[in-house]
Structures are given as C-alpha cells and as structure tokens.
Design a protein around this ligand. Structure first.
Ligand code: DGY
Length: 424
C-alpha cells in the first residue's frame, strides 16, 4: 500500500468503528440510527479484516431478529430514536425488538461464505456458520413461498425499499398505480439530515407510506401481502443477489455436512438462473425488471439489470453487460452510475436515479472478475477509489462530478473500501 492508500484504509477503519454499536453497526449517524439488513451483511466483510469474531456478530444480531415465518426484516430498531421516519410505531409489527415489516436484498448467504472461506480459525467459523445456515435457508424458503406464489423461479419485491434502490426510475411506472388516499400525516426526518435534492420526492414518500399502511392493515401476514399489493416488481438485481446467496449457501452447506440445505439452495439457484433469462433484453444489453401486475418488462436501463453478473449468468450475458458499463462510462466521470446516463430521466444527485454506490460496484466487479472481465472490474475498482480520494466516505456520489451525496461517514462505503484495498 502507498502512504495515501494507507491513510484511506485507516480512515475507513475509523468510520466502521465510530458507527459500531457493539453488536451491530448503524449505516451512519443521524440519517440511519438503527441496524439495516444488507448494510450489516456487507459491513461484516470489512469488519472481518480487523476483528473476525465481530464480523460474525454483526450478522448474528440481524438473524436474532428473524421473524417466525422466516423473513429477515430490513430494519431492526434496537434503540429509541425519533431522528428517523418511519419509526417502530408506524410499522407496528409487534416484534419483541421492534422491526420494520418488509425485507431487503438477501446478501447474507454470500457474506457468510466469504467470511468462512477467509477465516483463520476454521473451527470457530464453522460453528458460527453452521448456526446461521438453517436461518438463511429459512429466509430463502420464505422468499420463494411468499414472493413467488406462482412458482416462476423469481421473487417479487412489494415495496421499493425492499430493493434497497428506493427511488430507482425502474419503479416509476408501477409506482404510479399506488394510490395515496388515506395516508396519515407525517413529518420526514431524512430531509433534515441530508439535502432534500439528493433524496426521494414527497410524491414517492406518500406512496412508500401507503404501502406500509396497507401491509400493516393486513397484520403483516406475508401469506396475504403478495396478492394484495398494488406494487409487485421482479427486479433482476434483487433476484441475482438471492441466486448468488443460494449458490454460496449450497456450497457452504456441502462443506459443513448439511446436504439437504445444500440441495434445496442449489435447486433454487438453478431455477432462478433459468428464469432470469426471461428478463434479458438484447437491445438494452442488460436485464430488465418485470412488472408482475401487468406482466410487462419495464423499459428502464438501470444498475438492477447490470447486477446479475453477481450471479453465475451465461458468459455472453456478462460480456454484454461489461460492454454496457463501458458505454455508460463514456458518458460520466465515475462508474457505475445507477442508471443509464443517456436516459432523460437520469438525475445525477438523486439517490438511486443516477448516483454511484460502492456496494453495487463491489458486487458487480466481483461478478465480472469471476468470468474473466477483469478490465471492466479493474475500471470499477479504480473509479471507486478515486471517488473516495476525492470525496470521502459518502453514502453515494454524483457520477458526473464525483460530488459526495446523501449521508456522510458511511459504514458500508468504508467496508467496501477496505475490501478493495485488501484485494489490491
Ligand atoms: C430510507 O429510509 O431511506 C431507507 O432507504 C429505507 O430503508
């Protein structure tokens, strides 16, 4: 490491440690004062490099709050804070430790395989992984039971927050159908911590809240939510994460002597990969979302359709996606923008409508590397490190200027930087 990268590494450690609450890590102070699901799983990868045991604890704390039906909620409200909206009273899920009532991209299977593979104390890692295997398997089962009732092999998200890409252009059309009547009055907190121009709009928040209220009125009964929801979208990126986690969980289960868990997850991944092909768009050079209400593909070229390289998609698909990324790269200064820069709806500073995110970069470059697309993978890593050097550990970045956006001193950004530097 050069002196400069050593400084960046030290800074990343500082960010991780200052957001560490002991058994879980908050994404950043102020804006996100609780535990978020996929943030924690990806954060554990960075934590591993300074404290292996602490990394496992991060994921164990999340799974200690798994619902009896198998769902792992997107937020765990470990402490009281009125700095975030919507808080536990709005969700009203009745969990012993309050949680939200929806889920998030299931990256845990991938994360624990990576922790296990790298472990220096294999016996300890095997013990901790073995305890998580059935829990992650149950979460995967939950997805196919509750979010794929028609057995398509692909699961739907019922709320944009589940995708993690809250205000992506991908949801615009389907979101129009979500009504806003009966939404209770509310005061947003996010816009008190971050520039409102970087955040979702009020019209989007009204619809986010409508869906929360609807699901709450159904008692958070997951057996009813899928059919009742006016918003049901099959996101290729979300499914790719689930497929990758199922593949990794299967491999780990085999290694740890759990052949039934392995077989179930291998079957899920195979069915998912076959079904993913129905989302491929040759003209876009990437996968697209499908609106499960209309049955139509959504004409929106976003990072959600690039992310499938994280799963073992056919090599020709990965090559086409690498080309698409390079076409986008010619239009912006830093990659990977979360939306096609040629689309007039591209908004460089607004959350998931264009900005670049280091967690996405991490997963995309990982997938590209595994199929030998190293030039684009290296391009993504160098762009990521340039962003950090220019703008610090932001939540996300304007890909046209590199300007930091959203929250600052962001945990998973720091964790990804540690991962990039450790691999260098
Ligand atoms: C938020 O509050 O912005 C989150 O992304 C929802 O999980």
């Amino acid at each position: 490491m050069t002196q400069q990268t050593e400084k960046i590494y030290e800074h990343a450690l500082e960010v991780l440690k200052e957001n560490d609450q002991g058994s879980y890590t908050i994404p950043t102070k102020g804006l996100y004062p609780f535990q978020w699901n996929w943030d924690s799983c990806l954060t554990a990868l960075g934590q591993f490099h300074y404290d292996e045991a602490r990394a496992w604890t991060e994921i164990e704390t999340l799974f200690a709050n798994q619902w009896p039906d198998g769902m792992v909620p997107h937020i765990v409200f470990h402490v009281y804070s009125d700095g975030y909206f919507p808080g536990p009273n709005v969700w009203d899920t009745g969990r012993p430790t309050p949680t939200s009532g929806i889920t998030q991209p299931p990256v845990a299977g991938f994360a624990i395989k990576r922790l296990y593979d790298r472990a220096t104390d294999k016996a300890e890692a095997a013990k901790r992984a073995r305890a998580l295997l059935p829990r992650i398997d149950a979460w995967h089962r939950w997805f196919y039971d509750m979010r794929d009732p028609g057995h398509e092999g692909l699961v739907a998200i019922l709320h944009p927050w589940e995708s993690g890409r809250d205000n992506s252009i991908d949801w615009d059309e389907a979101f129009e159908r979500v009504p806003t009547d009966g939404v209770e009055p509310y005061v947003r907190r996010d816009t008190q911590h971050a520039d409102p121009a970087h955040r979702p709009t009020k019209a989007q928040y009204d619809r986010y809240l409508y869906l929360v209220q609807l699901f709450r009125s159904l008692g958070w009964d997951n057996a009813r939510l899928h059919d009742a929801s006016p918003f049901k979208v099959v996101d290729p990126g979300f499914n790719a994460i689930l497929i990758r986690s199922a593949t990794d969980l299967a491999a780990l289960a085999d290694e740890l002597g759990e052949p039934e868990i392995a077989a179930r997850n291998r079957a899920r991944a195979e069915a998912g990969l076959a079904a993913l092909e129905t989302l491929w768009s040759e003209p876009h050079g990437q996968y697209l979302c499908r609106d499960r209400v209309t049955g139509q593909l959504i004409d929106s070229a976003s990072i959600g359709g690039i992310l499938p390289v994280f799963a073992a998609v056919p090599k020709a698909r990965a090559e086409a996606i690498a080309r698409t990324i390079e076409i986008w790269a010619a239009e912006v200064k830093y990659i990977v923008p979360s939306h096609d820069p040629a689309d007039p709806r591209f908004e460089p500073k607004r959350y998931w409508r264009a900005p670049a995110w280091l967690v996405m970069n991490y997963m995309i470059q990982d997938g590209l590397r595994s199929v030998g697309e190293t030039a684009t993978a290296d391009h993504i890593v160098s762009s990521s490190l340039e962003l950090i050097t220019r703008s610090g550990f932001a939540e996300y970045y304007d890909p046209t200027t590199g300007e930091p956006c959203g929250g600052g001193r962001f945990t998973w950004t720091a964790a990804m930087v540690i991962e990039f530097l450790e691999a260098a």
